[in-house]
Ligand binder design. Structure first.
Ligand SMILES: [Zn+2]
Length: 168
């Protein structure tokens, strides 16, 4: 899935933990939420079979470029608001992408190490479902998921005492 989906999932997990266990010490929060955020990446990347994800970047395709521009800007906006209070879940939820697509691919020109695991999980869970990675309309599915996650996070911030965003 795209970065905003991973970012918001990590933040939501942190918020839910804080609501369910308001008196938990900070280290228990890290011990529980950090592995959950990391695990969420693999589950979401398996579900990404239903969303627009051409395997290769295509800078000549206006649709690919526009979509990814929106995704990058959205990610930056989320980071501006949430990075200060929720940085460690954001890193955990995006860790496989940071390692595979930035550090290994960009700096070392190496093959991914985390995403073959996500691919195995995807093949296990969705081996009979169609692959929609090239279907442009499926960006709607990603936007709906992002919208639901964002609404959930904002509801938590509005109606509970979670500390996820520097504005509160
Ligand atoms: Zn990924």
């Amino acid at each position: 899935m795209q970065a905003p989906t991973h970012i918001l999932t990590g933040i939501l997990l942190l918020g839910l933990f804080q609501v369910i266990f308001p008196a938990a010490p900070w280290w228990l929060q890290v011990v529980v939420v950090l592995p959950l955020s990391l695990a969420s990446h693999f589950i979401l990347d398996a579900v990404a079979i239903f969303t627009y994800h051409p395997p290769k970047a295509d800078w000549k395709d206006w649709f690919w470029v526009s979509y990814h521009l929106i995704i990058y800007i959205g990610s930056i906006v989320l980071l501006v608001f949430f990075l200060v209070d929720s940085w460690w879940v954001i890193i955990a939820a995006n860790f496989p992408d940071l390692i595979d697509w930035f550090i290994l691919r960009v700096f070392f020109k190496k093959e991914p190490v985390f995403h073959p695991i996500a691919d195995k999980l995807r093949n296990f869970l969705f081996n009979r479902t169609p692959n929609w990675n090239h279907k442009r309309w499926t960006i709607i599915i990603e936007f709906i998921i992002i919208g639901v996650l964002l609404a959930s996070v904002l509801l938590l911030i509005s109606f509970t005492s979670v500390s996820l965003i520097w504005l509160d």
